[in-house]
Design a protein around this ligand. Structure first.
Ligand SMILES: [Zn+2]
Length: 90
C-alpha cells in the first residue's frame, strides 16, 4: 500500500513519511502526528479572529522533524489528545 495522503504526507508500506524529505513519521496505524513536531498556539492569536470567550481553544501545528515542512494543523481544546488521522483499511 502506498500513495499520497496529502500534499505533505505519503504512505510507504505501512509507514507514513514526509513527501519533501522522506522523514519517517511512524506506523500508519498510530497516526502521523506522534512522529511530528507539534506547536500549540492559542486560537485568539490566529488569523486576527477574536476568540475571547474561548481562550482554551488551541491551534496545533505539526511540522516534519526532518525538514520543518508544515504537515498539518488542527484545532483542539487544551489537554485534548491529538485528533489522529487514523487510516482505515478498506
Ligand atoms: Zn520532511
Amino acid at each position: 500500500m502506498s500513495g499520497r495522503i496529502s500534499s505533505a504526507l505519503e504512505l510507504k508500506g505501512n509507514r507514513i513519511a514526509c513527501t519533501k524529505c522522506g522523514e519517517d513519521l511512524g506506523p500508519a496505524e498510530n497516526g502521523w502526528k506522534s512522529g511530528a513536531i507539534m506547536k500549540e498556539r492559542p486560537m485568539n492569536n490566529a488569523g486576527g479572529v477574536s476568540y475571547r470567550s474561548r481562550d482554551h481553544v488551541l491551534l496545533r501545528l505539526f511540522f516534519c522533524p526532518g525538514c520543518g515542512k508544515q504537515l498539518g494543523t488542527e484545532t483542539a481544546m487544551k489537554d485534548d489528545p491529538y485528533l489522529e488521522d487514523i487510516l482505515k483499511a478498506g
